[in-house]
Design a protein. Structure first.
Length: 284
């Protein structure tokens, strides 16, 4: 059995860790609530961007266009959203695993853009899927300007013929306990904007389509960034809850061991006193 001093040191060490995990949990709760509120406020913008994209499609009056109908796919671009930090259970690993499986299933060249240090680190180690661009520092508090920068890169690669479709892999929020990785199509627009009713606009035609497509893409990415932030903080809260429970259980076990060790010491001391007293009486 460990000595009482060793057990006390272990208890103090775990109590320090317990204090840190509790603090991290409180911070994550605050960040999650802030991200959920931002996601709620962004929903009207996301809905409006979808309607605007539908109007842009309608401006084409049924004519085919690569932004709407696509083209033969020779190369796929996938944007992967992860966190910048760990300690959030299987959140980052789940996204990376889901994206990796989808990429490996494709029978054509792929290009990867990562958002978040964890995704960048994971794919940088994979020679076949090394990122062409890595973004970081966005996961805690994403801004619309961040989404615009990523959207501009996607449009540049798509319009320049470097990629023939753009996919997004991120985590969709269902509840605090349920967050599932998913892959959605960003480009071509396809059914994402399916109102093809002709309407007169100025500017019209391709000018209108190009403008609304960029805004729709940025809005869609911003919504995904906010949703991913909610999922990351939810996963971190759950992870910290587990760490707090585990630390509490370990402290209880160590306190029991400490009490047993102390009781053993007391019993030994009493035994030694009784033995010494018996020896003295026998000598008399």
């Amino acid at each position: 059995m460990e000595s009482q001093q060793t057990i006390l040191k272990r208890i103090k060490s775990i109590e320090g860790t317990l204090q840190i995990t509790r603090s991290m949990r409180l911070v994550s709760i605050a960040k999650m609530q802030k991200a959920r509120e931002a996601m709620r406020r962004n929903q009207p913008l996301l809905d409006g961007s979808r309607r605007l994209a539908s109007l842009g499609v309608g401006c084409m009056d049924g004519r085919r266009h690569p932004l709407i109908d696509g083209r033969p796919v020779g190369c796929t671009l996938m944007v992967i959203l992860c966190g910048d930090r760990g300690l959030c259970g299987g959140y980052n690993a789940g996204v990376v695993r889901h994206a990796m499986a989808a990429l490996e299933a494709l029978d054509r060249p792929v290009k990867v853009v990562t958002v978040g240090l964890k995704a960048g680190d994971a794919f940088r180690r994979r020679g076949a899927f090394r990122p062409v661009r890595m973004f970081s520092g966005l996961s805690d508090a994403p801004m619309f300007s961040d989404a615009e920068e990523i959207a501009a890169l996607i449009r540049s690669m798509y319009d320049g013929g470097e990629a023939d479709e753009a996919l997004l892999c991120y985590t969709q929020f269902t509840s605090m306990l349920i967050q599932n990785p998913a892959i959605v199509r960003l480009l071509p627009l396809g059914n994402a904007a399916n109102d093809r009713k002709a309407t007169a606009y100025e500017p019209g035609g391709e000018d209108m389509l190009h403008g609304v497509a960029s805004f729709y893409l940025a809005s869609r990415l911003y919504g995904a960034l906010l949703e991913a932030a909610v999922c990351e903080q939810s996963a971190r809260i759950i992870s910290m809850d587990g760490a707090v429970r585990t630390a509490g259980d370990m402290i209880q076990e160590l306190e029991l061991s400490f009490n047993q060790a102390r009781q053993g010491t007391i019993t030994q001391e009493i035994t030694e006193i009784v033995t010494a007293a018996d020896a003295v009486e026998g000598g008399l």
